[in-house]
Every structure is written in C-alpha cells, then in structure tokens.
Design a protein around this ligand. Sequence first.
Ligand code: SAM
Length: 287
Amino acid sequence: MKRQPLRLAILEATRILEHAGVASPRNDAELIAAHVLGVERGRLPLVPLVDPSVVDAIGQLVTQRAKRVPLQHLIGWAALGAIAVSVGPGVFVPRPETELLLEWGLALLKGREYPVVVDLCTGSGALALAVAHARPDAVVYAVDNDATALAWARHNADARAAEGDTPVRLYSGDVTDPTVFAELDGLVDLVLCNPPYVPEGTTVPPEVAEHDPHQAVFASEGGIDVIRHVVAMSARLLKPAGGVAIEHDDTHGAAVPALLRTRRVLTNVRDHSDLTGRPRFVTALRG
Ligand SMILES: C[S@@+](CC[C@H](N)C(=O)[O-])C[C@H]1O[C@@H](n2cnc3c(N)ncnc32)[C@H](O)[C@@H]1O
C-alpha cells in the first residue's frame, strides 16, 4: 500500500486533539507519533513517509487521547529530571511543575556528601529516583500508602537500579502517622514532597478526574490536610541546615508558608512560583 506523509498524519492528529479540548495538541500528536515509530520526537522530521499501518496505529492512540486518556498512559512513561518512569492506571503521573521542586532540592544538596533524602508521598517514585540518579552517593528513602502506587514505584526502582542507579529504599506507610521514619529523626538533609493538595470539590480536567487516583490528587481541609502532617514530619526529620520542599495548590501561597512558620525549628520559609507564575511550592531550612 502507498506510503503516506507523516507530516499530514501529525497535522490530522493535532486537529482532532485540538477539537477534543486537549491542552497541548501538537505536542501530544508528535509524542504519539514518536512512540508509534519508536524514535525520539526530535527525529520525526527525518521520517518523511510512513506505512498505512503506522498511520492507523497513530490514529488509534489519538482516538484514546481525544477521550482524554492521559498522554503518559498511552506512551507509558513520564519524565522528571534526567529520568523517565513508567506510569499507567493507578498511579499519579509526574508533572512538569515538580521539576522546580526537584531542582531546589538538588541545589540544596550541592557540597554535601552522602546526603540522606526522604521523598514523602512518592507515587511512581519519580522524585526519589530522580534524586538517586543525580546523586549516586545519596541514601534515598521513599514512602507511599497506596499499594498500586508502590507497585509502580517498585517497578521503576528496579528498572533504575538495573541501569546502575543507587537503589532507593521504598516503604509502605502513611505520612499522617507520627511514627513514620522515626529512626531518621534529626538525620535527614532533604525532605521532598509532592502530596495530594487539590481542595476536595475542585473541578479538574478529565485526565485528572478520571485517571489520577483520587487520593493522589485531593486532600481535605481545603487541600492542606496531608501537608499539615508533612510539615510536622519535616520538622522532626531534618537535621540542622537540612531543607524541605513541599508542593502545594496555587491557592495555598499564603496558607502553607504560614503553616511552616508555626514550627520554630523551621527558618527561611519561602514560597516559589511555577513557570506560569503561580504559587507552587514552599521551602524551609532547619535552623
Ligand atoms: C500528587 S501524588 C505525587 C506522586 C509523586 N511524588 C510525584 O510527584 O509524581 C501524591 C501521592 O501521595 C500518596 N498519598 C496520599 N496520601 C498519603 C498518605 N497519607 N501517606 C502516604 N502517601 C500518601 C498517593 O498515593 C500519591 O501516590
């Protein structure tokens, strides 16, 4: 059968996704095409013509994406820092805005040898694994209370270890339990946390509402229920000059920093905005 221009297949996919209300239709169309072809997105211009079977395969995934199945579920991975993790049903898809929190954490670790790092609410394990990749000398602990999320994290941890990264220590636990990681009290250089923080009842896009686990996204008390416990845990885990970074909702730019300021041991409390200028994460140091 006659080969067809890839460019036209991508244009058609973009049109369908735009019509379906997908936020970044061209980006998603290109990543789907790259996935089907098994090439990096940047190499798509080197593929002028494709078989009809490729156009069909792209079309099938585009139909799924138009139904607002997350792109990352269709291609099977999401990136954070210098790594990619496998994702799919039952686990939260790591988001680009979490890159900034990771960057802050890695900057804090500069000049510290063999740092101890804790990732609270690890989900797919993305933050913990990105730190372990960037800092092979770090001892990285990670915890989540959801069995399905932990199964994805275990899979990702095994895959990263097989690539030569230092293994992370994965635990099943609830961050609202005041005894979690008690053996690390006062020993931790860095606490990272992207917890559930969207206020219950908030309207979210179909990708989130129908595909991210509810308990990974939403929290009670206007979205700060889990964060309240993470702040308390950070205050006890950190060693002097250790630091904590916690992602939050864009409506929490005042409330979450205020929560950290109630802990006398935490100093230098600062809120940070994401790439769109919205309040996104808070940081503090242990005095
Ligand atoms: C927003 S997701 C973040 C996942 C990952 N850190 C990331 O950035 O991609 C929040 C995670 O917190 C977990 N979680 C929710 N409540 C928790 C709790 N009380 N204790 C431990 N983990 C919790 C969920 O299962 C979910 O995996």
